[in-house]
Design a protein around this ligand. Structure first.
Ligand SMILES: Cc1ncc(COP(=O)(O)O)c(C=O)c1O
Length: 395
């Protein structure tokens, strides 16, 4: 590959002609917002993830918020969230009025571990901890069975932030969680522009999330409390609806569900290609250790949302900014995932200064390099070769 290639971002969507055709055809139908394609997308998404119920909504953040509300999180309660994640994992907890207990992470994988979770629980011993949000960072799956063994005896709910791990076969069956939440933002495994899906095996939680997604409204005859308004001569008034709890407009329109349905058909292909790219990087970058090495991974399958390197910048003789600038000059986009959330001024003001050394060590060294299904092997080799030249092992 020559250097005159197009810019390689750290991730991007892959929208093909049939995706565009699916959206165009949705635009010609009667429904632009909630219509039959929402149901169809949910049915297919549940099938693809092995869940019984899927609730489509308009962002991964909304999915996390719906899950937190369905578990009954609210003021006077708290939820444990790893600090190395996107803001949304923590914000969804705060949006219910509950407090966030930040857990530290393993410095090599960035994942919350049973030990860092247990430490956060100890720190929160005076608080009413009602939920935990394990984040499958980069696509690596947390030690769910071990986490479940800690939370189950305590009645703590589990919301998987699976925004990085769509495609991993076991996620969605909720074997160790109540709800798993996905994002269909363009950098994620499938894209709908904005979008999210919460999946669960629990019909009661599914019903709650479906109602909260649409203003907390119900049209179910058996739910109605105002019988005099709801019925005339025992027959339900066609226009009638009721609201029992505060809800939101988190609806995902038919137009975007058309795109989601089309993209879902490629989920396996996209995930497999990400997996191939990761394997190629692993091979090509092995010689760059110890200056650069891939983050360690959880057990089992991986979603490969991100390919993250841990860089010893001191040994390299460059700062992270200098390395990112040098790569950008060569047409390679990189990103930092993530600034520990407990450092954000909002959370610092609320919870004071916390020392979470695993997260700080991970943050100091992490750098995400390009990985997306449309990337060619040549482009992967180009990125690896450019890194090797910078490290000085490029021959
Ligand atoms: C780990 C994680 N959780 C939640 C979200 C929120 O998803 P969305 O952007 O669809 O609201 C993201 C998105 O970047 C994410 O990476």
């Amino acid at each position: 590959m020559t250097e005159a290639h197009t810019f390689l971002p750290y991730s991007r969507q892959w929208v093909e002609d049939e995706d565009i055709a699916a959206v165009a055809s949705a635009l010609r139908r009667d429904f632009l917002t909630t219509g039959p394609l929402v149901d169809a997308f949910e049915t297919e998404f549940a099938r693809a993830t092995g869940a019984r119920f899927a609730i489509a909504c308009n962002s991964g953040t909304a999915a996390l918020h719906l899950a937190a509300m369905a578990l009954g999180l609210g003021p006077g309660q708290a939820a444990v969230v790893p600090t190395v994640t996107f803001l949304a994992s923590a914000n969804a907890v705060r949006m219910t009025g509950a407090e966030v207990i930040f857990a530290d992470v393993d410095p090599f994988s960035g994942l919350m571990t049973p030990a860092t979770f247990a430490e956060a629980l100890d720190r929160a011993s005076s608080q009413n901890v009602k939920a935990v949000v394990p984040v499958h960072l980069n696509g690596a799956v947390c030690a769910m069975a071990e986490l479940a063994a800690i939370v189950r005896p305590r009645g703590i709910g589990v919301i998987e932030d699976a925004c990085h791990s769509l495609g991993v076969p076991e996620i969605g069956s909720n074997a160790y969680s109540d709800v798993a939440c996905f994002s269909t933002h363009p950098v994620k495994t499938i894209a709908t522009g904005e979008g999210g899906v919460a999946v669960t095996m629990d019909g009661r939680l599914a019903r709650k999330m479906t109602q909260s997604r649409n203003h907390g409204m119900t049209r179910e005859k058996g739910d109605f409390l105002n019988g005099d308004l709801a019925f005339e001569n025992g027959v339900q008034n066609a226009w009638y609806y009721e609201m029992h709890e505060l809800g939101w407009n988190y609806r995902q329109p038919d137009i975007l569900c058309a795109l989601g349905l089309s993209q879902l058909q490629k989920l396996d292909r996209f995930w497999r290609r990400r997996t191939e790219i990761a394997a190629l990087y692993d091979r090509l970058l092995a010689a760059l250790a110890p200056i650069m090495r891939p983050v360690s991974r959880g057990r089992g399958a991986h979603g490969w949302h991100l390919y993250v390197l841990l860089v010893d910048f001191q040994h390299l003789g460059m700062t992270r900014t200098q390395l990112m600038d040098a790569l950008r000059d060569k047409g390679i986009g990189t990103q930092v995932h993530y600034i520990p959330v407990h450092w954000q001024p909002y959370y610092r003001e609320r919870y004071g200064h916390l020392s979470l050394p695993g997260a700080e060590a991970y943050y100091e060294r992490c750098l995400s390099i390009p990985i997306f299904p449309k990337m060619s092997d040549d482009e992967v080799r180009y990125v690896a070769g450019t890194l090797a030249n910078i490290v000085g092992t490029g021959g």
